[in-house]
Design a protein around this ligand. Sequence first.
Ligand SMILES: [Zn+2]
Ligand SMILES: [Zn+2]
Length: 170
Amino acid sequence: MKIDIKDLKEQVTNLDFSAKPEEIGFNGEAVFDGLIKVSVEVHDMSESFRVIGRVSARVTLDCGRCLKKFKLKMEPKFDIVHVKESSEEEGEIPPGETDELAMEGDIIDIGEDVRQTILLELPINPVCGKKCKGLCQTCGADLNKKKCGCDEPALNKPFAGIKNILKKKK
Ligand SMILES: [Zn+2]
Ligand SMILES: [Zn+2]
């Protein structure tokens, strides 16, 4: 996913990319379903280039509650400024808001931008849906499919009380 700045004729250029996960450095961090697609808007600021990207990727995850696999469509965004190596005008770039990266020659490589953006977006505790009931802690039945008839584990009960207290505070 490389942009040659010599190809940028306009102040703002729209480009589309797609790549296999391994082509941008993924190495088993996630199970992807198809290609990773990216639409970018490149703003030419002469000494630096602001790249605003929209990523589109599908991953297969394991639900942490019911253990089933499910697909998740991710559409994270990034906004990163790539600065020319030769640039000495560091003060020109507005601070804050965006991340900055140094370029190698005339090439803006957005592969790493995309990879980091996806890694940040991947859920730490994936759940197939907000309503997933998970597995019965006693018999292991999938509670999304049926009620197994076991008593609710006593362990969960003290938390119900805490939840009510929290609700009242809000
Ligand atoms: Zn689930
Ligand atoms: Zn049960």
